[in-house]
Design a protein around this ligand. Structure first.
Ligand code: ZN
Length: 397
């Protein structure tokens, strides 16, 4: 992208959109004014003062989205996507890699991924030194791959980039090690004062047994996976100990992925008001052409499953930003960096597919029209040569 001179730029005025910003309890039509790369004001009838005016009436104005779980370690893993290829066109201004790298690969993550990216990049460090070179690599089959001290040292020296510890607790990934990997991940995170993100699905024990090991602010990802040991009991109600763990402050994250989101599970949970805290994609090379596609498609699934729009925005802005300790992101508060996502809610017949190959035709979808990063337009759907996002074109992974 071309260099810019933000200090001398006249700024922008986004006029007449419906501004949804949970950090300010906002959900109404008003203007957003941008100057010098930051939000300068949010309110009614803001003056032009030489700014370029963009008419966004009939559109939603959200804070730039934060995708809490994706895989972007391209070049040194098989699953990594290039952040700037997938984020600007989808309203995502900050993306978090969920454990593709670990302490031996942290410098590669910084130099090859974070530094060249225009999109804001963060990461969870895998408690296994192996990281996640391929989706199926059993990186915790041996605990010899875990070095808590080196993990702590590496993350402590890179806190601008690394925001937590990741552990994949699937039975096929941990071998005979039970929940010891999660216990070790918590031990490292406790020393660092950062959250643990636990991948669940086909875990060696029920979910409650894993949540018992976790602390407030830790994250369960793949919460609606549809495999054994999920959130639902035999009566399709939420397990009591899962409700209890969540009430202690453990966050439930979608982490859709190629194998980890079930419409049936989400429907049953949503009917009981069990909506996710965070909506993330688990986007990687195998699912970017379906069934995940991107964050707006994942948000559209939540919308059609009955999650209120304001909650969807909170789950893709304020909550994931707070989860990684970056409360300066995911907000349109004056003074914040002008990371903005302009969205439209489209009506029609749209096909969606979950990770189990279940298809649904639903009447609504959310699509990104424009993305601003530090006050600069990095995506404009109208001017884009790329075809508009179309969930009907994808094949199931
Ligand atoms: Zn993942």
């Amino acid at each position: 992208m071309p260099p810019s001179n933000l200090e001398n730029s006249p700024g922008l005025l986004l006029r007449g959109g419906t501004v949804v910003d949970p950090s300010q309890d906002l959900n109404r039509v008003c203007d957003v004014s941008i100057c010098g790369g930051s939000i300068s004001a949010v309110g009614d009838g803001l003056p032009v003062e030489g700014r370029r005016v963009l008419d966004v009436s009939g559109r939603y104005v959200f804070p730039g989205l934060v995708d809490l779980h994706a895989h972007i370690c391209w070049g040194f893993t098989d699953i990594g996507l290039v952040p700037d290829d997938v984020c600007p066109s989808t309203g995502v201004t900050a993306i978090v890699d969920a454990g593709s790298s670990s302490w031996p690969s942290q410098e590669a993550f910084r130099r090859n991924v974070a530094e060249p990216s225009r999109t804001r990049v963060f990461g969870f460090s895998n408690i296994s030194s192996v990281g996640i070179p391929t989706a199926g690599t059993p990186e915790l089959a041996s605990l010899r791959f875990v070095d808590v001290d080196r993990s702590v040292t590496a993350v402590a020296g890179n806190r601008d980039l690394m925001t937590g510890i990741k552990v994949r607790q699937g039975r096929h990934l941990v071998g005979d090690n039970g929940v010891e990997p999660t216990r070790l991940a918590v031990e490292a995170a406790e020393q660092l004062g950062v959250p643990v993100m636990v991948h669940v699905g086909n875990t060696p024990c029920p979910l409650g047994g894993i949540m018992d090991l976790l602390r407030p602010g830790d994250i369960i990802t793949h919460a609606y996976h549809g495999h054994p040991h999920g959130i639902l009991d035999d009566h399709r109600a939420i397990w009591e100990d899962v409700i209890e763990g969540r009430s202690r402050g453990i966050l439930m994250d979608v982490g859709h992925g190629a194998g980890s989101f079930s419409f049936d599970v989400a429907k049953a949970a949503f009917e009981r008001g069990f909506f996710p805290d965070a909506i993330s994609t688990d986007l990687y090379t195998v699912n970017v052409n379906g069934p995940v596609f991107d964050l707006p498609t994942t948000m559209s699934k939540m919308l059609n499953l009955g999650m209120p729009l304001t909650d969807i925005v909170e789950s893709t802005t304020t909550i994931p930003a707070a989860a990684i300790g970056r409360t300066e992101l995911g907000t349109l508060r004056p003074g914040a960096s002008a990371d903005v996502a302009v969205f439209v809610k489209e009506e029609g017949e749209f096909e969606f597919t979950d990770s189990h190959g279940e298809r649904r035709i639903w009447p609504r979808r959310l699509a990104c029209e424009m993305t601003l990063l530090d006050g600069e337009i990095v995506f404009d759907r109208e001017r884009s040569a790329r075809p508009s996002l179309d969930v009907n074109n994808g094949e199931n992974a």
